[in-house]
Write a protein that binds this ligand. Structure first.
Ligand code: SF4
Ligand code: SF4
Length: 78
């Protein structure tokens, strides 16, 4: 399954998703949230867990091509 994860600018880097995700998809690094889509097992728990609903996890059609692996998502300045 191909999975795309997006994190909106509502993210305040609280780190809850990084603590929760069973496969370590998220990591807070400085002022960024690192997202490793290739490790996602599509449990969708992070979408519910995020206090500001910043995370969207989508399964993509096989016909769509995406770049897998590490994606850096900028968080809004605090
Ligand atoms: S995506 Fe949500 S749970 Fe994860 S660090 Fe940002 S605000 Fe926190
Ligand atoms: S859907 Fe599950 S496995 Fe994927 S990033 Fe969210 S918590 Fe982690």
């Amino acid at each position: 399954m191909r999975i795309a994860i997006s994190v909106s600018s509502k993210c305040d880097l609280c780190g809850l998703c990084a603590e929760y995700c069973p496969t370590g998809v998220f990591r807070v690094s400085g002022s960024r949230l690192e997202v490793n889509e290739s490790a996602c097992i599509y449990c969708k728990g992070c979408e519910v867990l995020c206090p500001v609903r910043a995370i969207s996890v989508r399964a993509l059609d096989e016909g769509l091509s995406i770049v897998r692996g590490r994606t850096l998502v900028s968080a809004k300045p605090s």
